[in-house]
Design a binder for this molecule. Structure first.
Ligand code: AHR
Length: 779
């Protein structure tokens, strides 16, 4: 196998290809990257955030020798944006009477010798000459460190710094009072002194450090579904993520429901996110809602779009305007006089439906007119193919969006099978922003599949401009979604296998692709027992519904034989009606289906080998909104194709699935929907790319997903007369199931070695199942 690299001929620029995506799910912000250690600091938790939440969640009374009543007060809070505060009614004074905060699970992480900055607003009605004690505690009540403050009868902000004398990962922060009567507290906050870059209201240094080390080119934020799932009214408790709620003094940022079932303080807001981007050298890529919530089918009337248009325009001014402008002035007042240099703006996150696209157009036009240099990003649904995906592309082309955001989470085998997905994408089209992607899992096998897929992204830089793995962060005690790139608890963080793959590619992206040529490349391995057919059982089922089927038959299109089956009904007690085992290469399945009652709809399984490996045609998936064609590969779900469709109860649908080889075509009421091939899982002998940095370093990446070591002859045209140092970074030698964890945070991570390239040639042995980056240094 020979790989010829013309080191003097640059082809496509790689631009900002590899970035990261900060999404506030899995407690990525509060209880995560945001350094705040107090949970429910403003007493604003409520059932809108989570059914079990209330204003005193995470707060408990301390009653050593006395008695106290905790009351969630309203009226006269420190900020009207956060109307609740705590009333500590000391009924009987005692040794140690007051309240403590539990922090985020399993408690506050104190490290011996480290200092913690506590701040709070306080006032008291009587006994004002008696002190309040602020203390770091163990969960058994032991006091580690304390300070006393005297408070008046008006709100004032107090700050103390406390140093932990010992390490405790389940600590508490207590505020206790001598004397009697009522004490009031609001915005009780604690940060470690050593936040990332020592900033106030700052970030956890370990998590931020892991991200900085990647050297991402951009950072998308703040979500995800979080952006658009919510009320269209920015002042509503469950509002969509509206950036204006997140800037200005921290005390005035209104607590909001996070759509992942918790609360967001918005303390880590747009200013902090822009600043973090700057700190780590990543271009900011904010995503704003477009006046449409696909989760609840809420759309702002078209003649009331102005607040959403303003949000877009004002955001650009906030990021880029000078200090004399309204929003640029706010940025400057927050401590950042210089602009943040915003280049990209995402409008919408994987929305489906016409309501979105008309609203997208309104915002797009307004921004184009005012800020023609901003690159606008449209969105292509959460699916890799189908009607809604195509609708996104149609809009992006019609509107001349600069980029279009694609999202998909797939089995690793899909990534291998679809390595060439972008080879056919056209250069003049909007560029792809692969804003969310991952294979299901955090194992070395996932890392390998993703690395091979990323070579495909890189090779297609003419079409793919930006890509970021998702989700990025997960607190192990608050998991909404997995896999994730970085896992953490309250005092530790580690990068998954996928993190190290991303980091390797990010740090060694290159600025331009080089002209290359593959020679004597060898055979692609096909990892399918039956690469040309989709044989297996056929059965009818339903999803959260009672469905009656009639006129049921399957036809072997090879022999013309037709098999008829009796009418049947499927429901919770009879979840499936088995039809037959089909072995033919070409067949079709037909049934007339009526949903008698229920929420979602019908499911037809075919090519069913096992619960772990099969195909499914599902009408009325996810909130009864989708017509899916899905594949389960080794137990991992892969949405091959999607159309929008709602199942109407009591209406009969005529369903047909046609399988020809690996090509699947579906019909509902004789109208064609999905038309897609389930590509066979294929492993090429090696996946390779070559690029060059502005500075002159040449980068060669080689991914071997097979269990055969490969000998690769690298020919560096243009380097015939020199000897250059080559730094090699390699991931190899792990079990396919290997993962990183807290105890082995770098079990799967690159090792490096120094080598050289002389006379323009190098024989490189790529171990079985390996990811290698070779950096040939400029003289
Ligand atoms: O990253 C997890 C979720 O996946 C995102 O919120 C959403 O955009 C996608 O569906």
């Amino acid at each position: 196998m020979r790989y010829r690299i013309d080191t003097k001929t640059k082809t496509e620029p790689l631009g900002d290809l590899y970035g990261i995506f900060f999404e506030d799910l899995n407690h990525a912000a509060d209880g995560g990257l945001y350094g705040e250690m107090v949970q429910n600091r403003s007493f604003e938790y409520c059932a809108a955030d989570h059914k079990d939440y209330h204003a005193l969640t995470a707060w408990e009374p301390l009653e050593n020798g006395g008695k106290v009543k905790l009351v969630a007060e309203t009226g006269g809070a420190v900020s009207e944006k956060n109307p609740h505060y705590l009333g500590l009614d000391i009924l009987y004074p005692g040794r140690d009477v007051g309240v403590w905060n539990l922090g985020f699970a399993p408690g506050m992480a104190y490290e011996r010798g480290k200092t913690y900055r506590v701040s709070l607003y306080a006032k008291r009605e009587q006994d004002r000459e008696q002190p309040l004690m602020i203390s770091l505690r163990a969960k058994d009540g032991r006091v580690y460190a304390w300070e006393e403050i005297l408070v008046t009868n008006a709100w004032e902000r107090y700050e103390v710094s406390l140093t932990a004398p010992e390490t405790d990962w389940e600590g508490r922060l207590a505020v206790t009072a001598k004397g009697r009567g009522k004490v009031y507290l609001d915005l009780v906050s604690m940060f470690p002194e050593d936040t990332f870059l020592g900033r106030e209201n700052g970030l956890r240094a370990d998590i931020a450090g892991l991200l900085k080390d990647m050297r991402p080119k951009f950072m998308r934020f703040p979500g995800g579904c979080l952006v658009h799932d919510g009320s269209l009214d920015a002042s509503a408790r469950d509002a969509q993520y509206r950036w204006k709620n997140t800037v200005g003094p921290v005390k005035d940022r209104p607590s909001r429901r996070n759509n992942w079932g918790y609360n967001q303080t918005l303390g880590l807001g747009y200013f902090e996110l822009f600043q973090f981007c700057e700190d780590i050298g990543a271009k900011p890529l904010p995503v704003i809602p477009a006046g449409y919530d696909p989760h609840h089918h809420r759309a702002v009337p078209l003649d009331e779009m102005q607040p959403f248009i303003d949000d877009a325009l004002d955001l650009i001014e906030f990021a880029n305007g000078d200090a004399s402008t309204k929003w640029g002035g706010l940025r400057a007042s927050m401590g950042h006089e210089a602009p943040f240099g915003l280049e990209y703006l995402g409008i919408g996150n994987e929305e489906v439906g016409e309501e979105f696209f008309v609203r997208y157009a309104v915002i797009h036009r307004a921004v184009r007119e005012a800020y023609p240099q901003i690159k606008l990003i449209n969105t292509a649904s959460p699916f890799a193919a189908g009607g809604e995906y195509e609708r996104g592309w149609e809009s992006a082309r019609a509107m001349q969006s600069d980029l279009i955001d694609e999202h998909y989470y797939m089995a690793p085998e899909w990534m291998l099978a679809n390595h060439h997905r972008y080879d056919t994408f056209q250069k003049g089209d909007p560029k792809v922003f692969l804003g969310e992607y991952a294979s299901w899992g955090n194992t070395w096998y996932n890392g390998l599949a993703e690395a091979s897929y990323m070579i495909g992204l890189e090779r297609n830089a003419h079409a793919v401009a930006l890509a970021c793995y998702a989700p990025m962060l997960c607190n192990v005690n608050y998991v909404n979604w997995k896999p994730d790139m970085i896992w953490f608890d309250n005092h530790r963080a580690y990068g998954s296998v996928n993190y190290y793959v991303q980091k390797l590619f990010m740090q060694n992206q290159g600025d331009y692709l080089l002209k290359t040529q593959k020679e004597d490349w060898g055979e692609t391995e096909i990892w399918e027992t039956d690469p040309k057919r989709l044989p297996g059982k056929i059965f009818l089922s339903s999803d959260d519904a009672v469905v009656a089927y009639r006129d049921i038959w399957a036809e072997d299109l090879e022999t013309g034989e037709r098999f008829a089956f009796p009418d049947c009904q499927v429901d919770g007690t009879h979840p499936r009606a088995e039809l037959m085992e089909m072995q033919s290469e070409r067949y079709r399945i037909h049934a007339k289906a009526t949903e008698i009652s229920g929420y979602k709809g019908m499911k037809v399984f075919f090519g069913y080998e096992s619960e772990e490996n099969h195909f499914c045609f599902a009408m009325g998936g996810w909130q009864n909104m989708d017509l899916f064609l899905t594949q389960k590969i080794h137990g991992r779900n892969t949405d091959l194709c999607q159309y929008a469709m709602e199942v109407e109860e009591g209406r009969e649908y005529d369903l047909e699935i046609r399988v020809e080889g690996r090509q699947i075509t579906t019909y509902v009421d004789h109208r064609k929907y999905h038309q897609i091939a389930s590509l066979p899982v294929a492993a090429e002998p090696l996946y390779v790319s070559a690029s060059v940095e502005e500075g002159g370093d040449i980068l060669v990446k080689a991914v071997n997903v097979t269990d055969t070591p490969r000998e690769l002859e690298l020919v560096f045209e243009g380097l015939e007369d020199v000897c250059r140092r080559m730094d090699v970074y390699q991931m190899a030698g792990y079990d396919l199931e290997a993962e990183n964890d807290f105890d082995h945070p770098r079990r799967v991570s690159p090792a490096s070695q120094e080598d050289s390239v002389c006379n323009g040639r190098k024989i490189w042995n790529a171990p079985a199942r390996s990811v290698t980056v070779m950096r040939i240094l400029q003289d």
